[in-house]
Design a protein around this ligand. Structure first.
Ligand code: GDD
Ligand code: MG
Length: 319
């Protein structure tokens, strides 16, 4: 059995203004927050306890997830007054777990359908210090570059380099031996990517890669956020309407769009390739393509919106 820590305290700078009032992991993808997708994924891998490691806009998570009983999992919260970095956040959150089980850590802005249960199993059978999920991308510059040897042992951890040595990258899901977490200093800003992992590798610790290239996406940019939602919706349907939506029968919704809880869509509206969050009002004959309409926003009748972020009172082109 393993427990999990979700790193959900980052600023989400590249998604402003959507992340002004909503932390990035709480943005809607295919009708529900990114964090909720991750909780379901962790639960299906057998995890029973999760700590949300929060900092920026921490107050948003508790009213939504509560104690986790609605998801059949125990959810707890660790709040950093000032962001402690990924390593400091893990150390801080692990305190309330008080466990000697393997600790799974998930970056809060990643959607992955890799086999987490198998990653945990391999970690334990190697008696590893840390086991990192690794995947492949075309351009590794924005990620942690992680070469491995023929046994799957990590030989270096190189966070965001200009000339990547490999396109095998850190996919943001780790299994830690809890002893390793207790070596991270308390109440100190620490980056696992820039400090802990490189140090472990340099000291000859058992750091393994779990190499799996199943569906994987970091939703940290506007394009990626839309793509994630569209991909998930299209697995089952042309569009997704959450409970409580009112959709006029003459509206046309396509391209993997999703309509959030209690939103309404007026007559003749056209929505393509877009995310409409909860409680939005889309006016009649409005045309919305490749856009993100944030919770509670109103789109007036006849509006033409393309490649934009819509918040209440603001329409901004997606960069
Ligand atoms: N609690 C807390 N406190 N969480 C934090 C903090 C903090 O101080 N800083 C960052 N996080 C969370 C973010 O919310 C996010 O979920 C996760 O940690 C990773 O931070 P990002 O800011 O999204 O990092 P990145 O996307 O540039 O790079 C990371 O992810 C890549 C994969 O998507 C690194 O882990 C890379 O090595 C990796 O390849
Ligand atoms: Mg990220």
């Amino acid at each position: 059995m393993a427990v999990a820590i979700l790193l959900v305290g980052g600023f989400g700078t590249r998604l402003m203004p959507l992340t002004k009032n909503t932390p990035k992991p709480m943005l809607t993808v295919a009708g529900i927050p990114v964090t909720e997708h991750q909780i379901a994924m962790a639960k299906s891998a057998g995890i029973t306890e999760i700590v949300l490691a929060t900092s920026y806009l921490s107050e948003v998570f508790i009213p939504y997830f509560g104690d986790g009983s609605q998801w059949g999992i125990k959810i707890m919260y660790a709040v950093e007054k000032e962001p402690l970095g990924t390593g400091g956040a893990i150390r801080n959150a692990a305190q309330i777990l008080d466990t000697d089980q393997s600790v799974v850590v998930l970056n809060g802005d990643v959607l992955s359908s890799h086999n987490l249960a198998e990653q945990i199993r391999q970690h334990e059978s190697h008696d590893a210090d840390v086991t990192l999920h690794l995947t492949q991308v075309q351009d590794a510059r924005a990620f942690g570059c992680v070469p491995t040897d023929s046994q799957g042992r990590v030989t270096a951890f190189l966070e965001k380099m200009e000339n990547p040595v490999t396109n095998q990258i850190n996919a943001g899901c780790y299994v830690f031996n809890p002893r390793v977490i207790s070596t991270i200093p308390l109440d100190t800003v620490v980056s696992v990517e820039r400090e802990t992992f490189p140090q472990l590798v340099a000291n000859g610790a058992k750091v393994f890669g779990f190499i799996e290239t199943a569906y994987w996406l970091d939703i940290g940019t506007p394009r990626a956020l839309l793509k994630a939602s569209i991909d998930i919706v299209k697995r089952t349907d042309e569009f997704l309407a959450m409970p409580g939506t009112t959709i006029d029968p003459t509206a046309v919704i396509t391209g993997g769009s999703s309509i959030g809880v209690n939103s309404s869509v007026g007559a003749g509206a056209v929505i393509d390739g877009s995310i409409i969050e909860a409680g939005c009002v889309i006016g009649s004959n409005a045309h919305i393509t490749d856009s993100f309409v944030s919770a509670g926003a109103e789109v007036v009748n006849g509006a033409k919106i393309a490649s934009s972020f819509v918040t209440n009172g603001e329409i901004l082109p997606i960069p």
